[in-house]
Design a protein around this ligand. Structure first.
Ligand code: NAD
Length: 419
């Protein structure tokens, strides 16, 4: 498969072209944004615990680095390929630009099922991958972060490998690190907290208030879903349903979020949780609630179930949970959709704070982090609303226009090298 062929890449291109047309973006800019700037494939050989050597395919793609160094996660998953990685790198360019970060879009990954490797094998895999893509990344070039199948331990190994090779403790080379090796306070909750902030901005915009009458259903009760539930519940909202891969739980009077979060943290599945009615993930998506937060995986609301969705507002916690068809249909029905590149941008924003803190060797307290996150997301939210009103388009297109216009301005000022 070529780098341009995957459905994900083609979908990203379709969104880019739609936004370009509605927002009247210079076609020369779109021509450049259709292609990633750099893409590499590396071989990652490791010695397995049984003494044999096995080689995995790894990738790193930088889509656009006009605004600053590349930024994007590293995914360890069997479905990783160059085209998927390129599509995700493109979405990172749009997300970083939308919230005004001085960062470009990148993504990386290894085609591997990390559950089949021991801790030692995973460490070897991460260190060899970091070595292979080493010349390509760095605090001023491209700053990876965790994604599916990777975590703060992976980032600590990556940071250590880069630091060993370069001879100094390079805090700025990756984000999502443990606090003790230069991680940032507030990073773990940042994406879910940003989702809760965006829902509040949307309520303000609609002259409403999140309170005890606000009902919320959350599809995916993980690193994004749990903190979003905690923040909204602390504001008094009623979290009536949450789900994981095993199924969903429902309680019309509101789920005890703290207790459900602890249940999941202890390694249990929600299907075994008591004090709530078990329903399916599909039923959760169709609940008649004020706010639905799809925060699990992409493509969960499609042409097959979009007619059954009754939520008044959808906050896209996950990347791409609604297909383009579903966005168009639900927007026409009057559903207020907070688009993923805005709604889940809290994570990359606090990653940016972590990078800044690492470069400055000076660390902020959590209040400063949350306050700065709130003001960055609020500014981006109202910029999207301005374009929504100006172009009379759906919210996803408005978010893309907002983002591309920022990139367009910078690309035009910098010009096309060599001229
Ligand atoms: P996670 O693995 O912590 O949680 C995912 C949740 O979804 C879990 O409860 C899991 O059981 C559930 N799930 C997985 N597959 C499912 C399925 N087929 N049906 C129903 N539920 C399913 O992941 P996360 O970090 O919370 O990420 C969730 C989404 O948010 C992803 O799309 C990710 O790309 C996006 N995202 C995450 C961050 C972040 O900082 N973690 C930032 C931006 C975007």
């Amino acid at each position: 498969m070529s780098i341009y062929e995957s459905d994900l890449f083609q979908n990203a291109l379709a969104k880019l072209e739609q936004a370009a047309q509605v927002g009247k973006i210079d076609p020369n800019i779109i021509e450049r944004l259709k292609y990633p700037k750099r893409a590499i494939q590396v071989s990652v050989p490791i010695r397995l615990d049984d003494g044999t050597v096995k080689t995995f395919e790894g990738y790193r793609v930088q889509h656009n680095i006009t605004l600053g160094p590349g930024k994007g996660g590293i995914r360890f998953h069997p479905d990783v390929d160059l085209s998927e990685t390129a599509a995700l790198a493109m979405l990172m360019s749009f997300k970083c630009a939308l919230v005004g970060l001085p960062l470009g879009g990148a993504k990386g990954g290894i085609k591997v099922d990390p559950r089949n490797l021991s801790r030692q094998e995973l460490q070897g895999l991460t260190r060899r991958y970091a070595t292979e893509i080493g010349p390509f990344v760095g605090p001023d070039k491209d700053i990876p972060a965790p994604d599916i199948g990777t975590d703060k331990q992976t980032m600590a190994w990556f940071m250590d490998t880069y630091s060993q090779i370069n001879g100094y403790a390079a805090h700025g080379v990756v984000t999502g690190k443990p606090i003790s090796v230069g991680g940032s306070l507030g990073r773990e909750e940042a994406t879910g907290r940003g989702v809760a902030y965006c829902i509040n901005f949307a309520y303000d915009y609609l002259n409403k208030k999140v309170d005890s009458n606000t009902t919320v259903a959350i599809h995916g009760f993980g690193k994004v879903g749990v903190p979003a539930a905690e923040d909204l519940s602390a504001q008094g909202a009623k979290i009536v349903a949450v789900s994981d891969v095993s199924g969903a739980i429902y309680n019309a009077n509101g789920i005890d979020v703290g207790s459900a979060a602890l249940w999941v943290k202890e390694g249990n599945f929600l299907k075994d949780y008591e004090d709530a009615t078990l329903i399916s993930n599909e039923e959760l998506l169709e609940l008649d609630v004020d706010v639905l937060i799809p925060a699990a995986i992409d493509g969960v609301i499609t042409k097959d179930n979009m007619d059954k969705v009754k939520a008044k507002m959808i906050a896209e916690g996950a990347n791409g949970p609604l297909t383009n068809e579903a966005v168009t249909h639900l927007s026409e029905k009057g559903v207020f959709i907070i688009p993923d590149i805005l709604c889940n941008a809290g994570g990359v924003t606090v990653s940016y704070f972590e990078w800044v803190q690492g470069l400055a060797h000076f660390f902020w307290d959590v209040d400063q982090i949350n306050k700065t996150l709130h003001s960055i997301l609020k500014k981006a939210f109202y910029e999207v609303m301005d374009n929504y009103e100006c172009f009379k388009c759906d919210m996803k297109t408005a978010a893309m226009i907002t983002s591309i216009k920022k990139m367009e301005a910078a690309m035009k000022l910098r010009g096309l090298f060599p001229g």
